[in-house]
Write a protein that binds this ligand. Structure first.
Ligand code: HEM
Length: 151
């Protein structure tokens, strides 16, 4: 196994953690929390779970960037396939959206949760949901572009 393959493996594991975590949060954790918990318990649970997940995503992003940039430099940045350019552009969009979610609606949700203002916290949580949904769609699109090739 070459070092390049190790970098590719780490790149893919970081993507699996990020994209898979978004899928779990949207389609398992959120509906289950809505089904079984009142807002006073659901909002703190979602805030605590997202807070832990977002810390992991920061590490995943650092790994994606470190491995991705290294592989791109090793492969030669002058003759990159179009699929790679899509991956890098859409990946940068995903990262921008993530850091916006963390700095704006997630931070506001925390303040509202501390003040026990559940309706306001739920509104910020809804903004987080939309941002994560968008990022999940972009992430799956990048994987499709990379695996289906140029079109
Ligand atoms: C924005 C920074 C990124 C950079 C610089 C980058 C760079 C790279 C490079 C150079 C490769 C190696 C391609 C090869 O040798 O075949 C690669 C593979 C890959 N990347 Fe990225 N990437 C980035 C972000 C992302 C993101 C955000 C995703 C998905 C959400 C992603 C998904 C993939 C996949 C699925 C492969 C493997 C393709 C295969 O198995 O052939 N990348 N990336």
């Amino acid at each position: 196994m070459t070092l390049y393959k190790v970098f590719l493996l780490v790149h893919l594991i970081a993507i699996v953690v990020w994209v898979g975590g978004m899928f779990f949060a949207l389609f398992c954790l959120r509906p289950a929390a809505i089904a079984v918990l009142p807002p006073a318990q659901r909002i703190p649970l979602m805030h605590a779970a997202l807070g832990r997940f977002f810390k992991i995503v920061v590490v995943a992003i650092l790994l994606v960037l470190a491995t991705g940039v290294t592989m791109a430099i090793v492969s030669g940045t002058k003759s990159m396939p179009v699929t790679w350019l899509w991956m890098i552009g859409l990946g940068a969009a995903m990262m921008t959206i993530f850091f916006h979610i963390r700095a704006a609606p997630f931070a506001r949700m925390g303040k509202c949760a501390d003040a026990q203002d559940w309706p306001a916290a739920a509104r910020h949580l809804e903004q987080i949901r939309l941002g994560v949904m968008l990022n999940l769609a972009i992430g799956l699109s990048i994987i499709a572009v990379m695996k289906l090739g140029q079109f």
